[in-house]
Ligand binder design. Sequence first.
Ligand code: GAR
Length: 191
Amino acid sequence: MKKFSGKKISTAVFISGRGTNLQSLINFSQKEKSPIKIELVFSNDKNASGLKRAKIKKINTYYQISKKNNILENELIKRLNRRKIKLICLAGFMKILSKNFIKRFKGKIINIHPSLLPEYKGLDTHRRVLENKEIYTGCTVHHVNSKLDSGKIILQKKIKVLKNDNVKSLAKRVLLEEHKIYPKAIIKMYS
Ligand code: GAR
């Protein structure tokens, strides 16, 4: 990955829902030491509340109508090219991108996942962690390749599962760590 040379990297964030990770990236991008500038927020759902977070900060948004439909990637690629996007951060983005899309942006797509990958790929991680009585869980920022949640790991944060944790309490504690490691992972990539 290219080193940060002072000119901020044109970045897009892809979301599907509430966008708390998007918010942490927006806050981070506004700091002087941040190597990124968020130029576009894309949602595969018109009703994703995270879109409002971008609008408040006057960041360009683009959505496609329904989270159930396939993404119209050609249209999306046009918009990413128009803004010369060099980094795509998936932040709670619940669609699988095509091999073609991933190839087109090779090495430029990263994701945050709420588990200690390679453990607990896919959905419903916290429930499965609790069912398996794991002692630790956490979150991971990783590069995206064509296999689900399998690209090279950039940064992880491990936390303890507490005795009386339920899915909600665990998700909440992991999320707080997600908000911290996503910016840290980006700094790591460009330093
Ligand atoms: C986050 O916990 C993120 O790690 C997870 O969705 C949540 C989105 O929250 N992503 C995945 O599970 C991707 N496989 P947010 O919309 O508040 O950032």
